[in-house]
Design a protein around this ligand. Structure first.
Ligand code: ISE
Length: 337
């Protein structure tokens, strides 16, 4: 079966996914695209031989669409997801699920009412071969008890619109999710540390780098370096320290080049480049579940809700520098399978 996809939001990530659908994804076709900017919607629809919509609700309910692919901005996610749930259509939603935990809770309640997991959230790192290998090593038990983790999240640069809060609720969200995935446990506290020094490349409204400290239920302590104007590339690090050994993501170089000037490795510059395989795999996973008529198995609304709770605590700590507890309610049965 070819799944008819309706894609909302034609910004950078939306177009990246469109390109992916037209090149590598099997058994799916983007039949409808939607953007509030009419010219953009019309131009992209013409390019991809799809129907243009300017209103998300209308597109979601259209017969042209079997499954909804949300790449719009966070504040409109809730309404679009709830419309898709009401229509009984599966949804892929880019992160964040919603900007706040309160809104995410409404999504959980609505999905539980449908009795079926209808949503896959765009935490693509769970589909990255490097992170998958880290998890396999941790799960094998050969590192013994896990004690610490060191994470690094470095962007070459960020636009002027990037706020201080986004270091927590837009960038660190990826580490928050992957920590839970790797360790199979929840984060119980967050503290944001503002180093005295900052890069001269950061705009005045930013504190860059920032360090976020997390603690998990079993007491694993994690430091996460958020350095979003590191200039040299898009560089993601993760080192897991156990009692009996350590494991780490290796260099993400795709090629090495040798010339008379020496041996050099390519450094990725964007998340789209670094996580290209992960994006392909997450989207194919979504399409495969939809075409099999199965429930979603990837990152869930619950994962998005828990990440939002951790972010809320992180934002409180960003303000006062104190350690904030994260209180996570009991997970509904729907998400425990
Ligand atoms: C952006 O929104 C992403 O999701 C990227 O993966 C992340 O590296 C970047 O810091 C965020 O701003």
């Amino acid at each position: 079966m070819t799944v008819k996809i309706g894609l909302i939001g034609l910004g950078m990530i939306g177009r990246d996914h469109l390109q992916r659908f037209s090149s590598v994804i099997k058994n799916a076709k983007v039949t409808a695209v939607c953007d509030i900017n009419k010219n953009t919607a019309d131009a992209v629809a013409a390019e991809y031989n799809a129907t243009a919509f300017y209103d998300a609700e209308e597109m979601i309910n259209s017969e042209l669409v079997d499954a909804v692919f949300i790449c719009s901005i966070g504040p409109v996610h809730k309404a679009q997801i709830l419309t898709a749930f009401n229509a009984g259509k599966p949804v892929f939603c880019e992160k964040p699920l919603t900007p706040t935990a309160i809104e995410a809770k409404e999504i959980i309640e609505a999905e539980v009412r449908t009795g079926k997991r209808l949503l896959q959230l765009g935490f693509m790192r769970r589909f990255d071969p490097g992170y998958n290998a880290l998890k396999a090593t941790i799960d094998s038990g050969k590192l013994g008890e896990i004690l610490l983790m060191h994470c690094a999240h470095r962007n070459a640069s960020v636009p002027e619109s990037y706020t201080l809060e986004m270091a927590v609720n837009d960038s660190a969200t990826h580490e928050i999710d992957i920590i839970r995935y790797l360790l199979d446990e929840n984060i119980v506290s967050v503290r944001v540390d503002k180093p005295a020094k900052k890069t001269r490349r950061a705009l005045p409204h930013l504190q860059d780098p920032l360090i976020v400290i997390f603690e998990t239920e079993s007491g694993v302590r994690i430091d996460d370096e958020l350095f979003v104007n590191c200039n040299y590339g898009y560089d993601i690090g993760c080192e897991v320290i156990g009692e009996d050994g350590i494991t780490a993501l290796t260099e993400q170089a795709l090629t090495t080049t040798r010339t008379q000037h020496g041996n050099s490795r390519h450094i990725t510059t964007t998340c789209m480049e670094r996580f290209a395989t992960a994006y392909d795999r997450e989207v194919q996973n979504f399409v495969d579940q939809v075409s099999a008529g199965a429930e979603m198995t990837g990152p869930s609304s619950w994962d998005g809700y828990v990440v939002a709770l951790v972010c809320d605590a992180g934002l409180a700590s960003l303000k006062d520098g104190e350690k904030h507890a994260v209180n996570i309610p009991e997970c509904p049965a729907l998400y425990r399978q």
